[in-house]
Design a protein around this ligand. Sequence first.
Ligand code: HEM
Length: 431
Amino acid sequence: MTGRRSLSTGRRHSGGNGAACPVTALTGPAGARTEGVASSADAVPELARPDGAEPAGAAPGTARLARAARRRDRRVYWRAHPFLFALLAATRGRPFRRIGRTVLVHDPDAYREVLTRLPLDRTAPGTTGGAARSALGAKGPGDAGVLFDQEGGEHRAVRRGLARGLGTAGIEELRELWRPLFADRLEPLSSGGTVDVVALARELSGTVVCALLDSPASPRAVAAAAAEVAAASVRSELPGPPRPGATAAVARATTRLRQLLGGEGDDALSAMVAVAAVNTTVAALPRAAAWCADAALWEQASDDTLRRSLVGELLRVTAASPLLPRVAAADGAVGGCPVRAGDRVLLVARHAVGAHRDDPDALHPAPAGVARLVFGAGPHTCPGAALARALLEDLLAAMAPYRPAVVRAEVDRRAALPGWRTLTVRAGVRR
Ligand code: HEM
């Protein structure tokens, strides 16, 4: 296994000591830049180890399998978001980059600093809060809001309301629902059949959401509707001229989701919880399962002690929510570099946690303080993190006895988050 170097040091900005500020303005329009960098990022493949050698003590072929796993996973970025991925890869050599009024943040300490110390405009267009607010029909004062767009006491009160279902006791109750689902849906693997892990993740996320929101709706229908809200919202927020019908498509998708959830769930906040839970789960779990299969990590997944560490590592390298768009609400500084009110700050979670560089290593995991950055940081840190970990832990435990291999994987180009549209697996030979 690879030795891990510190992810949070060595590239720090030296602040007010006279060193040059690493927030360096790139010249020219961002579009022209992205064209230019695509090939250079392509030409630098991400390897399991920079020297391509087998990690010390690893079984023969480990490095080759690790490369195969990484290569497959990168397809979810390249196929769906090639220019954005190329831009992010090309700019990651420095902790921060300024392109006009946009600051790209790749460094873990700066990433954390933005989320915990920099005043952020939670409702600005193009941010997660702004998009969630407009997509889900939250009307502002008088409406409960949708967490991402809230602050202070109101925000804390809403989070307290969610805490029961997403805390330890709530997760144990939810386990009673999803464990039989795993056993049933994975059963075809025992007789040589195949299973689509994405279909399973959709049903699973819908089941969890319906239980959390006490909704009698069909889990699959809820998952489909929540995916459509996020996909339509992303399309309507794309840069460039307004797309005819995009706003109406978001409104239709939202109405459908809110109606489906019905009863207690017929409000913007419940719809947001559904969108947040479904889209991350459907992106994260199949990507993690594919990585586990391709890198032959099922031995670790079946080990009750190592599995938890493996889960943290797989969530880190897949960084399901790889980019957090935020806007500064006031002048401030990140790593000692000035940020002005109104600047867009793009937090690159994938790079902050070293997902582009360090393979998952359950024996030498990344420091918890770094790995958990995939769930954000500070007052808005993901309240579903423990649930997501429990879901993946149980999915891997249920799959491990079959030692599944991936037989088919198709990228979902419409989804809001990079992920698979189908991921078909079959039991492997080492059962
Ligand atoms: C692998 C799975 C997941 C990942 C990677 C993920 C990631 C994130 C991230 C990065 C944020 C923003 C945090 C910040 O701004 O500091 C967030 C917020 C949120 N997530 Fe998750 N999430 C996942 C699963 C879930 C699940 C299963 C739920 C279920 C309820 C959930 C509910 C939420 C909610 C409600 C927020 C808004 C919190 C706030 O603004 O106060 N997430 N998530």
